[in-house]
Design a protein around this ligand. Structure first.
Ligand SMILES: [Zn+2]
Length: 478
C-alpha cells in the first residue's frame, strides 16, 4: 500500500540571555560542573522564581519573526515528573496559555513553496544534565551537572503539516536561519542550544484521519532528523503492510546503527499533572511591548531573498544561498558596495569563499579574504587585467597572506597580456615547436585547439588573454 507520512516537530531552543530564566545565575556553556547554581535553580524549599525580562523579549521577537500572535496573557505551569537532573521535581513551563499562538514558516523543497503552521511557542526552563560514569572514571556511577538547570528555553511546536523528511529538514533549516537572524539564540546544535523531537505517523494515501504516531528523540543534527524519519517511515510501513498495529511510544534514534529503538510508552499530558505555578503571577504582555519588539526586528530571510533578487538581479538559487545565513548576506552586500557586479561576486562567494568557510569551519568574516578583496578580484577580471584562472591563483594567495589582490598582482607580475602582437609572437612560437600537432589539426583534429591554448598559457604562465589566444590560433591555423 502507498502511505503518506504526517510529521510534526517540536524544537527546543535555548535563548542566549546572560542569566537564567528565574534567577541571576550565568547561562555560560562549558563551565565547571555545578558552579552556575543558586538556591533558586537548585530548587531549594522556600525560594521564589523571578522572571527574566530579556527572556520574554526574546520570545516575543521569535514569535513575531515566526508570524505568531503574541498573547496578552500567558501563564506558567508546573510540569511534574521525577528525574535526577530536575531538582525541584517539576519543570516550570507553559501549558494551557502559552505566550505565542498560530504562526507559520514558509519553506521551499524542490522549487515548491509550502507553509508549515506553528501551533504554539511556549517558554520554559531547561533541566540539568546527567553524565554517565564511563567518561568520568567510574562506570558504576552517574553524575549530575545542574549548570543548565533554569536556562531559558522556548519550545516551538509545529502543526502536523510536514509530509516528507526533506520538508522536515527544510523547516528546521529555515527555523534556525530565522532565529539566528533575530539573534535570540546561537542555535548551536553541538552544545544543545537547538534540539528537535519529531512526531510521525503514516496513513494510506487519500485518508484524512491520522494514524497512530510515534515520537522520536535524540536527533542532534538536521541530517539525523532526516535519516531517523526516513527509517521510521520504512519501519511503520512494514508493520502496516503486515497487518500489524503501530504502538504509540517514544523511540530513540541511534545514529551509529541508523535505527530507532523503543524507549518507553508515550506519556500523555495528564501524566504530568500540570497546574499553574503559584509562585509566578500570569505574564501580561501589553501591546506597546510587542510594538517595541517588532521595531527591533531586522530584515528577515524571506524579505532579504526577495530584495536580493530584485535589487541585484540575482537568480533565486543565489539569493537563497546568500541569505541562508545573515553573515553571508552581509559579506555579499559589503563586496557589492566596492564593485557593482553582483552575479560575479555571488559566484565567487558561493564557490571559493563558502568552500573555505566550510573547510575551516570559521565565520565568513574571519577569512583572510575580505569582502573588498573579492570585489577587487572581480574588478581586475572585469577590467581585463587578469584572467579568471589567474583570479583563482590571486584568491588563493590572498587567502594565505591577507594581502590585497592588486598588491599580489603587482608583486608577482600577473597582469594579463592583452597586447595582440605579443601574443601572436608566442602563438607562432608554439605552432613552430609542434609541427606534428599542426599537421593533425589541419587534417581535421580540431580538438587540438585546446592543446595549443594550453601551450600558450604555459609559455605565458597563464597571463595571456584567453579570448585573444583563441582568436589568433584560429587565424594562424586556417
Ligand atoms: Zn540560579
Amino acid at each position: 500500500m502507498k502511505y503518506e507520512a504526517v510529521i510534526g516537530l517540536e524544537v527546543h531552543v535555548q535563548l542566549s540571555t546572560k542569566s537564567k530564566i528565574f534567577c541571576s545565575c550565568s547561562t555560560e556553556f562549558g563551565a565547571d560542573a555545578n558552579t552556575h547554581v543558586c538556591p533558586v535553580c537548585l530548587g531549594m524549599p522556600g525560594v521564589l522564581p523571578v522572571l527574566n525580562k530579556q527572556a520574554v523579549e526574546y520570545t516575543i521577537k521569535a514569535g513575531l519573526a515566526l508570524n505568531c500572535e503574541i498573547q496578552r496573557k500567558s501563564v506558567f505551569a508546573r510540569k511534574n515528573y521525577f528525574y535526577p537532573d530536575l531538582p525541584k521535581g517539576y519543570q516550570i513551563s507553559q501549558y494551557e496559555l502559552p505566550i505565542c499562538l498560530n504562526g507559520f514558516i514558509e519553506i521551499e523543497v524542490n522549487g515548491e513553496k509550502k507553509k508549515i503552521g506553528i501551533t504554539r511557542i511556549h517558554m520554559e526552563e531547561d533541566a540539568g544534565k546527567s553524565i554517565h560514569g564511563e567518561n568520568l572514571g567510574s562506570p558504576a556511577h552517574s553524575y549530575v551537572d545542574l549548570n543548565r538547570t533554569g536556562v531559558p528555553l522556548i519550545e516551538i511546536v509545529s502543526e502536523p503539516d510536514i509530509r516528507t523528511p526533506e520538508e522536515a529538514r527544510a523547516y528546521l533549516q529555515k527555523l534556525k536561519t530565522i532565529l539566528e537572524y533575530i539573534e535570540v539564540s546561537d542555535c548551536n546544535m553541538e552544545e544543545g542550544s537547538l534540539r528537535c523531537d519529531a512526531n510521525i505517523s503514516l496513513r494510506p494515501l487519500g485518508e484524512t484521519k491520522f494514524g497512530t504516531k510515534t515520537e522520536i528523540k535524540n536527533m542532534n543534527s538536521f541530517k539525523n532528523v532526516q535519516r531517523a524519519l526516513e527509517y521510521e517511515i520504512k519501519r511503520q510501513a512494514k508493520i502496516l503492510d503486515e497487518g500489524g498495529v503501530i504502538v504509540q511510544e517514544t523511540r530513540l534514534w541511534d545514529p551509529s546503527r541508523g535505527i530507532t529503538l523503543s524507549m518507553r510508552s508515550k506519556e500523555e499530558a495528564h501524566d504530568y499533572r500540570y497546574f499553574p505555578d503559584p509562585d509566578l503571577v500570569p505574564l501580561i504582555v501589553e501591546k506597546n511591548w510587542v510594538d517595541e519588539a517588532r521595531e527591533t526586528l531586522p530584515e528577515l530571510p524571506d524579505a532579504k531573498k526577495e530584495r536580493f533578487i530584485k535589487e541585484y538581479g540575482l537568480p533565486s538559487y543565489d539569493a537563497e544561498v546568500l541569505t541562508s545565513n545573515k553573515r553571508y548576506a552581509d559579506y555579499f552586500e559589503k563586496a557589492v558596495k566596492h564593485h557593482s557586479n553582483p552575479k560575479a561576486i555571488s559566484n565567487w562567494i558561493m564557490s571559493e569563499v563558502l568552500r573555505d568557510v566550510n573547510e575551516k569551519g570559521c565565520d565568513i568574516f574571519d577569512l583572510n579574504v575580505k569582502p573588498e578583496h573579492i570585489a577587487e578580484i572581480v574588478k581586475l577580471i572585469d577590467e581585463g587585467k587578469i584572467s579568471g584562472k589567474i583570479g583563482k591563483e590571486v584568491y588563493q594567495l590572498t587567502l594565505e597572506s591577507g594581502k590585497s589582490p592588486s598588491k599580489i598582482v603587482e608583486e608577482k607580475g600577473l597582469i594579463q597580456i592583452s597586447d595582440e602582437s605579443a601574443i601572436e609572437e608566442i602563438v607562432k612560437k608554439v605552432l613552430e615547436a609542434n609541427p606534428k600537432e599542426v599537421e593533425r589539426y589541419k587534417n581535421g583534429e580540431k580538438k587540438l585547439q585546446g592543446f595549443f591554448v594550453g601551450q600558450v598559457m604555459k609559455e605565458t604562465k597563464g597571463k595571456a588573454n584567453p579570448k585573444l589566444v583563441n582568436e589568433l590560433l584560429k587565424k594562424l591555423l586556417s
